[in-house]
Write a protein of this length. Structure first.
Length: 398
């Protein structure tokens, strides 16, 4: 009886050797943002390569936890009655407590509730954390939120077995808190867009190749006011298409952006349909990226993948991502000057598009990024906690 039980244990250990649990996202398939998109791509990539992948998914409402499978990815679906940030915290706690029952390697995306990783640490469960951007430095947060993020930034550094930075400057920040050899830099990926239909663009009243695109949350740190003011300083002969929800009645910043806009600025609302966004990118004259803080921003990487000429806010984060082939600005006046120099300069714009595609191929294809993740995760696979529990099962079979 014991010999058969031991063989069973060996088989289960071997089966689960390449198992990963992904925490920190709302779930898959992606519907909420960059981390969800990444989690979807990574989960499907690893499943195709023989891994067992479990993703924790947040459900609205109440009820028991339940499991299902999506395209070979196992999903642990956790209902949460609370909404907003409180609901996210509750979900993260429940997901971490669930993962702590197993000995599988964990990948946590983001550090917003990194303190919960103490549960995994105590149980000896390996936890690799993608530390995202420097969230506590963002202007949009109040003192309480900034303090919470700052504390969890430190907690992630201490509690994670290994850290992933999506940008060299994020690694430099983390290296002020932990040893540099505890951190690996792996950027963000995107799909290459080599063709897209014009119908979604035309349906929005736009002319292909005669508009610039901005895709960003309407917040001061994303330079929306500077971009709109610089563009609207004089007639441009092209449109500026701004994606996002702008509540002019209830938000002073949103109202200021709208009031600064000329008739050539088109506010088209928030668009989440991937084919429409892909078409907008592909048929843009240029992509404008105003983010002032953060690491490797998914929207900028996607613009490179679509071969956009990029006009970006001048900072250390954007310069590394977009490279020397992009144009950069530091305020409304300088943005206007960049437009003066670029609009109508087809040879320069063509060179910028070629530079974007070259930079994308060099550093940001999904095959490259996901392959780097797999190699890193393989180095942290640890079946010791699982083996301990299965040894108990073997003894019970005697």
């Amino acid at each position: 009886m014991f010999e058969g039980g031991f063989q069973h244990v060996q088989g289960v250990i071997q089966m689960n050797h390449r198992c990963l649990r992904i925490l920190g996202v709302r779930g898959v398939p992606a519907a909420h943002g960059g981390f969800e998109t990444f989690a979807e791509y990574l989960a499907l990539f690893l499943v195709d390569r023989g891994w067992r992948v479990v993703v924790y998914c947040q459900e609205d409402g109440s009820g028991p936890v339940f499991n299902d499978t999506w395209r070979g990815v196992e999903r642990v679906r956790i209902p949460v009655a609370q909404s907003g940030p409180k609901g996210t915290i509750v979900f993260d706690w429940k997901a971490t407590a669930h993962a702590a029952q197993y000995g599988d390697l964990c990948l946590t995306l983001g550090y917003n509730t990194a303190v919960f990783g103490a549960v995994l640490r105590v149980k000896g469960i390996r936890n690799v954390i993608n530390m995202d951007g420097i969230e506590w430095s963002r202007a949009k947060w109040g003192k309480v939120a900034k303090t919470w993020f700052w504390l969890n930034d430190w907690a992630g550094c201490w509690l994670g077995d290994h850290l992933i930075a999506d940008h060299p400057q994020i690694k430099a920040h983390l290296a002020t808190r932990v040893a540099a050899d505890k951190i690996t830099t792996i950027a963000y990926g995107a799909e290459e867009v080599s063709a897209a239909p014009v119908e979604p663009v035309v349906a929005l009243g736009l002319t292909p190749g005669r508009f610039l695109t901005v895709i960003a949350r309407p917040e001061p740190e994303n330079s929306l006011l500077e971009i709109v003011r610089g563009f609207s300083a004089r007639p441009r002969g092209v449109d500026l298409v701004v994606l996002g929800n702008y509540d002019a009645a209830g938000n002073a910043y949103h109202r200021a952006v709208r009031e600064a806009a000329s008739e050539e600025v088109k506010f088209v609302g928030a668009i989440y349909e991937k084919p429409v966004v892909r078409a907008l990118r592909f048929h843009s004259l240029a992509y404008v990226h105003g983010h002032q803080v953060g690491g490797t921003n998914p929207s900028l990487v996607e613009a490179l993948g679509a071969g956009n000429a990029v006009i970006a806010h001048d900072n250390r984060f954007n310069r590394w991502v977009a490279g020397e082939g992009a144009a950069y600005f530091a305020g409304a006046d300088e943005f206007g000057e960049r437009l003066d120099a670029l609009l109508g300069a087809e040879e320069r714009l063509g060179a910028m598009r070629a530079a974007s595609r070259a930079r994308f191929a060099e550093a940001f294809t999904w095959d490259r990024i996901l392959g780097e993740y797999e190699r890193l995760l393989e180095g942290w696979l640890d079946t010791a906690p699982l083996a301990g529990r299965l040894a108990e099962e073997a003894r019970s079979l005697r």
